[in-house]
Ligand binder design. Structure first.
Ligand code: FAD
Length: 621
């Protein structure tokens, strides 16, 4: 049957990409349908119950700055919060939260169910409705035809999913869920480049069978951090400890003894796994000289005894898993509640996408999340938001949008994927961003919220909070610049105790904050009242302390923007560019960058090669 209502946007899949996509589309006013296998698994974390971490929290805060759900759900479901790299510079600082799976999922579901313009329908999507090279809707498992102007596909690890435990394998989307076989077959008939990747997860353990007294407790930070710019510690549930233990030489021997029954080492699994989240068998192999590996013992929630032993992801046979777990200190009597496993799945070459995440060959079809070759909830959520916005913008005849590399980690990720493609699961790191000092997690709102408001993504509540913060910052910066401290005054004496060399002339408070020995609280209340808004105060301090570096990076961005504005024609014949190596001619011809800046990011591209392109372009004009 044809479903009687027509939609602007249909999102297939209610994982991390799908929920942000559906919410973003609905927020800008598109009539949206979220079509997913099972309403009970909306927002389910397939693997580690944790959000954020280095590079990843930057994405979460960018989603938040654009009024997405992930950070708010983390604040409502987070049971242990920490700031990683707290002693390093603000560019690489990152918030990480251990989440209660049930609370996180409930928060996501509640946000979805209360979103105007959004409807949810539980059923598998089996096919796409096509008219020529344009998608027009989706057909479900029981033959219901939903019509829409744009479709966003976010099927995660489900397309042609195969689960491996030892040499046994079976079809599955993740443990306990069916795979998407028919949709995967249908997609393979379309002009899209498909390949296989794999990922894995550790066995889960019953906390009642664990001896925590021999492990090192790892409490959260005090004061407890928050993930959302709108968040408060009052949103958090009870906070608990994680623990640390280690593998040992016996564990490693057990693993080596099981490798002849490992699907990875016997060639049963062909897909490439996540380099930065390797399985324990991979670690033993790659770092053969190490006597031990850390295992973070993380609670899965407040109302369950299940633990997630982070660091021993494995697809070894169950008997080997059992033995290796019990060889670890504190796990001697451990009961495994769920075996670890690996999963292989289809992903699409992201080089077949535009920066809006629309597929190049099928109009109106957008891809987001794990199916684009990424790994991680945060990477998926960020792509989902972008794809959802653009799918809705297309349906509503509004302008497409995507952030540049100097505006957001979302921009870095999408540009990396589209320009370079990926042959292994892609995860975000701060090292992937060339403008790290500008793209901090703490200023994601200052970078994106105004744009989000202009696009219709940001609601009134967030906008009001943001404007108040921005105004408080501006006023405080002015006050600090206009307030002076003179030598030989009581204020100067207070400072002299902290300074290596005392005040020898008058200084304004803004310049004093730039000195390495002083921070905002040391200076702000010397004269006048410091601001109460902690987020605004933090921004004022960072902006002042790092102003020199920030200005320098802004200069580099200007230079890059000039390259960004230099477009490369679609019919550019790279063979005609003399001096360019054959390898680069081939890569440029295959990847067809749209701008000089995109060309500059192709692997092997040099400043000299960029100059050759520029010279050739000038000659053509
Ligand atoms: P998913 O979260 O997988 O969501 C896909 C959604 O689409 C599901 O709701 C599904 O039911 C629905 N769906 C699929 N097909 C259809 C269909 N035809 N019709 C309707 N609905 C459909 N990430 C890491 O960062 N580190 C790790 O170590 C790691 N290990 C992992 C281990 C395992 C075993 C698994 C399964 C995942 C692992 N991940 C890991 C990946 C992480 O789970 C994903 O990156 C993230 O969930 C991707 O989000 P997504 O929205 O793209 O897909």
């Amino acid at each position: 049957m044809d479903y009687p209502d027509r939609f602007d946007v249909i999102v297939i899949g209610g994982g991390h990409a799908g929920t942000e996509a559906a919410l973003a589309a609905a927020r800008i006013g598109a009539k949206t349908l979220l079509l997913t296998h099972n309403i009970e698994t909306l927002g389910q974390m397939s693997c580690n119950p944790a959000i954020g971490g280095i590079g990843k929290s930057h994405l979460v805060k960018e989603i938040d700055a654009l009024d997405g759900a992930m950070a708010c759900a983390t604040d409502r479901g987070g049971i242990q919060f920490r700031i990683l790299n707290a002693r390093k510079g603000p560019a690489v600082r990152a918030t990480r939260a251990q989440a209660d799976r049930v609370l996180y999922k409930a928060a996501i579901r509640s946000i979805l169910e209360n979103q105007p313009n959004l409807q949810i329908f539980q059923q598998a999507a089996d096919d796409l409705i096509m008219e020529g090279e344009t998608v027009k809707g989706v057909v479900t498992q029981t033959g219901i035809r939903f019509h829409a102007r744009s479709v966003v596909l976010t099927a995660g690890t489900f397309l042609g999913g195969v689960i491996h435990v030892g040499l046994d394998n079976h079809a599955g989307g993740r443990a306990g869920d069916p795979p998407s076989v028919r949709l995967a077959q249908r997609l393979r008939e379309l002009p899209l480049r498909v390949d296989r990747l794999k990922t894995g997860t550790p066995p889960r353990i019953d906390a009642r069978s664990v001896d925590f007294s021999v492990m090192q407790p790892q409490p959260g930070d005090t004061p407890t951090p928050v993930m959302s710019f709108m968040g408060s510690v009052d949103d958090h549930p009870q906070q608990v400890n994680c623990y640390i233990t280690h593998t040992n030489l016996r564990t490693h021997d057990i693993i080596r003894g099981g490798l002849d029954r490992s699907p990875m080492y016997t060639g049963v699994i062909e897909g490439i796994g996540p380099r930065y989240c390797p399985s324990i068998e991979d670690k033993i192999n790659r770092f053969a000289d190490k006597d031990q590996h850390q295992v973070f013992v993380e609670p899965e929630g407040l109302t369950t005894h299940e633990l997630y032993p982070n660091g021993i992801s494995t697809s070894l046979p169950f008997d080997v898993q059992m033995e290796l777990v019990r060889s670890i200190r504190g796990f001697e009597h451990a009961h495994i509640t769920r075996p670890g496993y690996a999963i292989e799945y289809d992903f699409f070459n992201p080089q077949d996408l535009r920066h809006t995440l629309e597929t190049k060959h099928i109009q109106g079809l957008y891809f987001a999340g794990q199916i684009n070759g990424t790994t991680g909830y945060e990477e998926a959520g960020a792509q989902g938001l972008l794809a959802g916005y653009n799918a809705a913008a297309r349906a509503l005849d509004r302008e497409a949008w995507y952030p540049r590399r100097d505006e957001a980690y979302i921009g870095v990720m999408v540009d990396d994927l589209i320009t370079l493609g990926t042959s292994e699961p892609y995860r975000m790191f701060t090292s992937r961003a060339e403008y790290r000092l500008i793209l901090r997690e703490d200023n994601a709102d200052l970078r994106l919220t105004e744009k989000g408001r202009e696009l219709g993504l940001v609601g009134d509540q967030r906008w009001a909070r943001f404007e108040a913060k921005r105004e408080a910052m501006e006023q405080e910066l002015q006050r600090l610049k206009n307030t002076w401290v003179h030598p030989n005054t009581p204020e100067a004496e207070q400072l002299d105790a902290k300074l290596k060399t005392g005040l020898n002339r008058e200084y304004n408070l803004a310049d004093l904050i730039k000195r390495p020995e002083l921070n905002y609280p040391d200076v702000a209340n010397l004269k006048g009242e410091p601001i109460e808004d902690e987020q605004a105060a933090e921004q004022v301090e960072i902006q002042l302390k790092y102003s020199g570096y920030i200005e320098r990076q802004k200069g580099e961005i200007e230079q890059m923007r000039r390259q960004e504005n230099t477009r490369l024609p679609d019919d550019f014949d790279y063979d005609q560019v003399s001096g360019l190596s054959n390898e680069l001619k081939l890569k440029l011809g295959q990847q067809r960058p749209e701008t000089l800046a995109q060309a500059s990011r192709i692997q092997g591209m040099t400043p000299a090669a960029i100059s050759l392109l520029l010279v050739y372009l000038k000659k053509r004009q």
